[in-house]
Design a protein around this ligand. Sequence first.
Ligand code: FCB
Length: 481
Amino acid sequence: MTQIESVPAVEPRAGAGLRSFPDAFVWGTATAAYQIEGAAAEDGRTPSIWDTFSHTPGKVFGGDNGDVAADHYHRYRDDVALMARLGVNSYRFSVSWSRVIPTGTGPVNAAGIDFYSRLVDELLMHGIAPALTLYHWDLPQELQDAGGWTNRDTATRFADYATVVADALGDRVNFWTTMNEPWCAAFLGYAAGVHAPGHTSGAETLSAVHHLLLGHGLAVRNLRSTLPAGSQLAITLNPAVPRPATASGDDALACSKVDGLQNRIWLEPLFRGEYPSDVREFTASVSDWSFVRDGDLPVIATPIDILGVNYYNPVVVAHYGGAGQRASSDGHGGGASPWVGAGDVQFLDPPGRHTAMGWPVDASGLRELLGRLWREYGKPMLVTENGAAYDDSVAADGSVHDPERTQYLSEHLGALHDAIADGVGVRGYYLWSLLDNFEWAYGYSKRFGIVHVDFDSQLRTVKDSGQFYSDVVKRNALPAL
Ligand code: FCB
């Protein structure tokens, strides 16, 4: 049973020195389908690339998979009630393509769409605005068998799927995100090999980038023509905050390559209708980019309303001259290098605090990133993910004390508050994550939730950080410094 009673009601109260957020600020929690739903083979769902990948020995820590995960498919009512107790006013979740259109191209599965319809109704009944992501990395396996994101046709299939979901839920869902972190889908999935489908080809990676972007653009066009006027359309990126290790020109160039491959390769086509020329040049030996066809870039640049931004940490980048071991503290685990065409960059581990992922704790990067994106692209933003993994345990009295996560949140919400004070157009914040869940290649070994999940009993326990976040959202303010 969900321990929602462990969240005492907190009345919002004004107080001297509180750091208030704007009226109508969006306060949410975020999850993704494969990470929490379970019910992998129920009600007509067919395997996605993450089912295949996680069931392949050696790919995921501990041999973990998402077959059961946090069993949210069966417990969604309790989980929504829990969010209502916490006081969040929005919930970011993703839809499993394989549930809605088994095999990716077949007929619509009524039972699959019905699950999301019931979830949306439950959220609305509790006054929680649904924020729907269409693609959080779980491509139907049959589409992968036909080439996945290296196949141009996948972009069209994605747009068809977007129409199906919009037809079913568009009357009740106002906020739509096409894709979550396409950088990970392309670079971790096709270059580093640490995410599904586990390939290590630079040429495939760049083709996947383009087809993900094309799929986004085609989907935006379909969503616009299907959804009611006033619907808010977005894409969520995970832009890097690269910082040069020294003031040398070489390190600056290395930084700019990382910026090109993780940031500008998405932002420039989306908002300026062109790929960055430096990226095309330094990847020319990997790919001739012949997958870009006339007319694609205007589709990709179809206007959206909001940019979703996921932020966890900055990275320290240096030039790598080829001598000694290339340092690889880019936060993406082992595997091949995801840095296609940039064999001369390396990532140094900064001193200071780190999370259980080994990611540095540095909230200044969030303010810097939001400020830069606002200055350069001027799109209203939502922070669609931010949070931290720590090795939590349940104390004898049943509580979960996680002071490091609370500190992480407090610092990052402070940086968000500072960014708003700087005049940056950021409308809300979704904490990653509501629940401990299947953390991709790390399986269940990394806990990002503000709610602890016992994966044997499925018992939910609100962590101290969850209580902290609940206080912030109910007051719409951070405590005074
Ligand atoms: C992001 C993913 C999300 C989760 C967090 C920790 O890259 O979008 O699913 O794994 O990292």
